[in-house]
Structures are given as structure tokens and as C-alpha cells.
Design a protein around this ligand. Structure first.
Ligand SMILES: Cc1ncc(COP(=O)(O)O)c(C=O)c1O
Length: 381
């Protein structure tokens, strides 16, 4: 088998998967795995949710692609559905195909709308791997081989109110933050940090963007994580599970920002009828089944259980909803391998953090079995 991905990503995570349903994935031999990582956070609805599959099949037969220059009802319906879930000020949407593209759009909108170039981001933050998004990303291993990156980016310690207040000044175009740092080790924002970022950005005319690529669409116990803090951004960045597994990115902003935008920005494949149909189906499922409530309940249960494991291998259990980080006092790779052997696929978040990001639809028995496997692997000694 020609394996192109191993050239780019030497750290392969496990078995070759051929089929999925809900939180279950099967390999070629028919062995079942429980996906505790929701395929990197794309699968909030699990693998191949039947309602998304049906919508994709119908839309593919009707109109697979249409250029963004033409209107198509399914796109307007998707945008209405999305905007209807957001505060009234966030009503202008740019559609693309991935998280990193959605971040790039946010950077361009902010530069253009403010006439400034400085971007304040956070240490341990992750925003993608194209040049703008990579410049906002913190980790040295991701950045260094591709330097020089885009100038004008500064990184402040996450949750440091003094540092962020000082860093945002009259030359700042954008403040770009995750509400829970996913790739960076599952660190949850404090209300004081977000309020300070909001207040200072407004005071100096900078824009505030929340990158909810990983935290959005029910993951953290709210439809969007920022609802928990009541701090409304000028730009909201979404992707991953927004279209139930079909590629999508969305950069949502205000009429004011759109009105100040000069220049042009476009993506050939942004907002295809296919992605929009999948997006409508995915949002419908999340809203109808109130999956954020399930994320909140199951997340509390899991964190509580993991916090009481009789072991000193665990330094801390963190997270919100079903975005959970278990910081170990050792490297996480052997734990991930041992879990895979037992039929559970989890994720790392840096060298020592085990990240759990299960589908919001995971059957309770599968989640409990996953926690038991973690107890077996980590909870001894
Ligand atoms: C918070 C955050 N922003 C941006 C991205 C980049 O998204 P993509 O891989 O779709 O480009 C990710 C991906 O993990 C992410 O977690």
C-alpha cells in the first residue's frame, strides 16, 4: 500500500480503519475500536451520522458544486441556521474548507478592517499550519522549520491578565484566542482573562477573535464555548465538526468588520452545496438532541472519575464538557499505545497530556469502558 501520510506525519497513531458508525471504528480484520478522539474533533456526531450521510447523498445527486458567485438555497439555509445560533452581532459569514483557512480569513479581515498588522495570540495556542495561522501557533516544532513566518505576532502567557492587557495596544489588529487550548494541553480560559482581552481590545480598537475550531458545536457543554463566559468576540472561527465530517471552515464576523473590509478574499471550494447540506444536517442533529447538554453531563462524570484514580502518575485532570486532558507525570505515548491495544483510540495534546475528545453521541457504556481502560493503564501505581 502506498502510504503518503507517513511521509508528512511520521507518528502514525494506530490501526488502518475501514468503517465507522457513531463512536465505533472497525479495522480490516473486523476488530472494533472506540474512538475517544472523535477523529481529531471532527466527529462530534460520530462517524458517518446517518442524517449527514443522507443529506450528502441527496445533495450530491442534486447539485454537488456551485461557484460562490451564484446563490443556492442550501447555502442560504445553512448560513441562516448557523447565524441563528449566534448572538445577533455575529451575522456575516465567510465559508472555506478547514480550520486553518478560517483563521487565515480572520487575520485578513482584521488587517484590512483595522489597517494594522499586530496580532496577539497565546503561548501554547494552536491555530493551524498555513503561514498566517502558523504564525499564531505557539509550538516551536511546528514553526521553526518554516521560518521566517508572518511578522507582527506576539504570544502572551495564557490566562495572564496583566500580560494580555499590556500586549494589546493601538497597533493591534487582532487578538486571537482559544477558549480551551486543545492541542496545547487542554487548558481552560479563565473568565478574567477573556474579559480583560475583550475590554482592552475594545478600548484600543483591536478586534477579538475566538478560535472555536475544536471547542465549537457542542463540544464543551455549550453550543459554542464562549456562551459560558458571555464574552462575545468580533470574529468567531469554526471548522472541524461543523458539517458533520465534510470539509468546512467558517469565519463569522460583524457587519461593522465586513463594512470596513477592503480588498477581496475568496475560496473556490468555500461553501459548496455539499458542505452546506451536511452542515444543515449536522447542526439539526446537535440542536434537536441538545448534544451540548450530553457533553456537559458525560464530561463531568468522566473528569470526576478520572480525578479519583488511585495513582500518582496523574498530575492534573482538566477540561470542559467532552474536551478532557489528563496530564501525566510521564510521556503519554506508551499510554496511547496501551489504550489502542485494548481497543480505545485517544489523542495526545503535547508530550504528557492524554486528550479525550469522544463523539458527543458516544454510548455511555463505551465511555465507561474507555475510562476503565484508562484506569487499568494509568491508574496502577
Ligand atoms: C483550535 C484549532 N484551530 C485551528 C485548527 C486547524 O484546523 P485544520 O486542521 O482544519 O486546518 C485546529 C486543528 O486542530 C485547532 O484545534
Amino acid at each position: 500500500m502506498i502510504d503518503e501520510t507517513s511521509f508528512f506525519r511520521p507518528s502514525r497513531l494506530g490501526p488502518t480503519i475501514v468503517r465507522g458508525e457513531g463512536a465505533s471504528l472497525w479495522d480490516r480484520t473486523g476488530r472494533r475500536y472506540v474512538d475517544l478522539g472523535a477523529s481529531h474533533g471532527v466527529g462530534n456526531l460520530g462517524a458517518s451520522h446517518p442524517k449527514v450521510v443522507r443529506a450528502v447523498q441527496q445533495q450530491a445527486a442534486e447539485l454537488l458544486y456551485l461557484g460562490a458567485g451564484y446563490d443556492v438555497p442550501v447555502r442560504s439555509q445553512f448560513l441562516e441556521r448557523l447565524v441563528g445560533l449566534l448572538p445577533p452581532s455575529l451575522d456575516r459569514v465567510f465559508l472555506s474548507n478547514s480550520g486553518t483557512e478560517a483563521v487565515e480569513a480572520a487575520l485578513k479581515f482584521a488587517r484590512s478592517a483595522t489597517g494594522r498588522t499586530r496580532v496577539v495570540a497565546a503561548m501554547r495556542g494552536f491555530h493551524g499550519r498555513t503561514f498566517g495561522a502558523l504564525s499564531a501557533t505557539w509550538r516551536k516544532e511546528f514553526r521553526e522549520p518554516f521560518e521566517p513566518l508572518v511578522p507582527g505576532f506576539v504570544h502572551v502567557p495564557y490566562n495572564d491578565v496583566g500580560a494580555i492587557t499590556e500586549a494589546i495596544d493601538e497597533s493591534t489588529a487582532l487578538v486571537l484566542l482559544e477558549l480551551v487550548q486543545g492541542e496545547g494541553g487542554v487548558h481552560v480560559a479563565t473568565p478574567e482573562f477573556l474579559s480583560a482581552a475583550r475590554a482592552r481590545a475594545s478600548a484600543v480598537g483591536a478586534l477579538l477573535a475566538f478560535d472555536e475550531v475544536q471547542t465549537g458545536v457542542g463540544r464543551t457543554g455549550r453550543m459554542f464555548a464562549f456562551e459560558r463566559w458571555g464574552v462575545v468576540p468580533d470574529i468567531l472561527v469554526l471548522a472541524k465538526s461543523l458539517a458533520g465530517g465534510v470539509p468546512i471552515g467558517a469565519t463569522v464576523t460583524t457587519e461593522e468588520v465586513r463594512g470596513r473590509f477592503r480588498g477581496s478574499h475568496h475560496s473556490t471550494f468555500g461553501g459548496t452545496p455539499l458542505a452546506c447540506a451536511a452542515g444543515i444536517a449536522a447542526l439539526d442533529v446537535v440542536v434537536r438532541e441538545r448534544l451540548w447538554e450530553r457533553a456537559e453531563r458525560l464530561g463531568e462524570y468522566a473528569r470526576e472519575r478520572l480525578s479519583h484514580l488511585p495513582t500518582d502518575k496523574i498530575r492534573e485532570v482538566r477540561g470542559l464538557g467532552l474536551l478532557i486532558g489528563l496530564e501525566l507525570r510521564e510521556r503519554v505515548t506508551p499510554t496511547l499505545a496501551a489504550l489502542t491495544e485494548r481497543g480505545f483510540l485517544a489523542l495526545p495534546a503535547g508530550a504528557t497530556v492524554l486528550r479525550l475528545l469522544p463523539p458527543l453521541v458516544i454510548p455511555e457504556d463505551d465511555l465507561k469502558a474507555g475510562l476503565e481502560a484508562i484506569e487499568e493503564v494509568v491508574g496502577r501505581g
